[in-house]
Design a protein around this ligand. Structure first.
Ligand code: ADP
Ligand code: MG
Length: 334
């Protein structure tokens, strides 16, 4: 038996602003539409305003100005519990002394729901996330993946239409993080809810998101699908933050070129002269660090497939020319 779930909802932010008392602007008039039922990642460096944005959506932080709409309903002034949103916290934050079922039922207990009803609802939600058979275990008796599902069920007990996740995976070791990321994506699809997930990891955001929102200094730099943002970064900031790109100031303007789209040739050809500074073996590819000659200094990275490198290896100190197919150079507007 499956617990009924509420329908997902879209979120719209209109000129949303948060200014803290000291006068610093954490979120600077952002406008954003998040589609109902989508997986949205807010991505950006530490301090760019991701958590503040999420906490304003959740109702855990007041807004300075602007509006938050949930499916056309203005929720800006509503208390957190009446918004139709729920938050899933870092490292799951389960109560260690309570069973999975009591963890899930906890907020209903706080609301004064009778024991039979809350246990039945908690059990139904645990079944929904394939944890029904383990509902009497305590968190310490569950794997990381199972704990995450309990945390998910606990967030879902309030019937949210939008689930908010603030760096849910960042305290986990890299192996578990990748595993849990796949689980999150699976459950988002399975439950059909809107997820808004904050992360500073571009790799995590690209793996998870239908829509990525790249932020810097309280503003939105770019919104789009991961492939769109990776292949068409709107600004030098996005190109550099996403990684895997080199930025060149050419006679046609500033361009971003992916590090797997750069060719190396012996000097005396017609490319950009450079010197190899370091060589890193990464398994399926080899990453070369290079220093450009002349005025246009700054490090450049080039990624060669392992087989290409084995056929023609490069060593630190070696002089080369860099070139790329102009069709693969993306012009930056800012
Ligand atoms: P992120 O989650 O992207 O790392 P935050 O939203 O937590 O960033 O913070 C954005 C900015 O607001 C930062 O400069 C931070 O120092 C500031 N800030 C966050 N919370 C507070 C607070 N309670 N009081 C004052 N400044 C804050
Ligand atoms: Mg944060």
């Amino acid at each position: 038996m499956n617990a009924p779930l509420p329908s997902p909802a879209g979120i719209e932010l209109i000129a949303l602003t948060k200014r803290y008392a000291q006068g610093s602007v954490a979120v600077d008039g952002i406008n954003l539409r998040i589609a109902s039922g989508s997986y949205c990642c807010l991505l950006g460096p530490s301090g760019c305003g991701k958590s503040t944005t999420l906490r304003m959506i959740a109702g855990h932080e007041s807004t300075t100005s602007g509006d938050i709409l949930l499916e056309n309903r203005n929720i800006t002034a509503l208390p957190a519990a009446n918004r139709g949103t729920a938050m899933m916290f870092q490292s799951f934050a389960l109560f260690p002394h309570l069973s999975a079922r009591d963890n899930v039922a906890f907020s209903l207990k706080m609301k004064g729901v009778d024991k039979a009803t809350r246990q039945q609802q908690a059990q139904a939600l645990l079944e929904r996330v394939a944890m029904g058979h383990l509902s009497t275990r305590k968190p310490g008796e569950l794997s990381g993946g199972q704990q995450q599902r309990v945390a998910l069920a606990r967030a879902l007990i309030t019937q949210p239409r939008v689930l908010l996740l603030d760096e849910p995976l960042s305290a986990l070791d890299p192996f578990l993080r990748t595993q849990m990321r796949a689980e999150l994506r699976h459950w988002q699809r399975e439950l059909g809810l809107t997820f808004i997930h904050v992360t500073h990891s571009q790799e995590e955001a690209m793996a998870l998101a239908d829509t990525m929102v790249v932020m810097d200094h309280g503003r939105i730099e770019q919104v789009g699908a991961p492939r769109e943002i990776y292949n068409r970064p709107a600004s030098e900031f996005v190109a550099r933050f996403m990684g895997g790109h080199n930025v060149f100031a050419t006679t046609q303007g500033k361009v971003a070129v992916r590090n797997d789209h750069i060719q190396l040739a012996p000097t005396s050809s017609t490319g950009w002269p450079a010197t190899v500074s370091d060589v890193e073996y990464q398994g399926t590819y080899v990453l070369l660090g290079l220093q450009l000659d002349g005025e246009a200094t700054g490090p450049v990275s080039v990624m060669l497939p392992e087989a290409t490198f084995v056929q023609r290896p490069y060593a630190p100190g070696e002089r080369v020319d860099l070139s790329w197919d102009p069709a693969l150079a993306h012009t930056l507007t800012a």
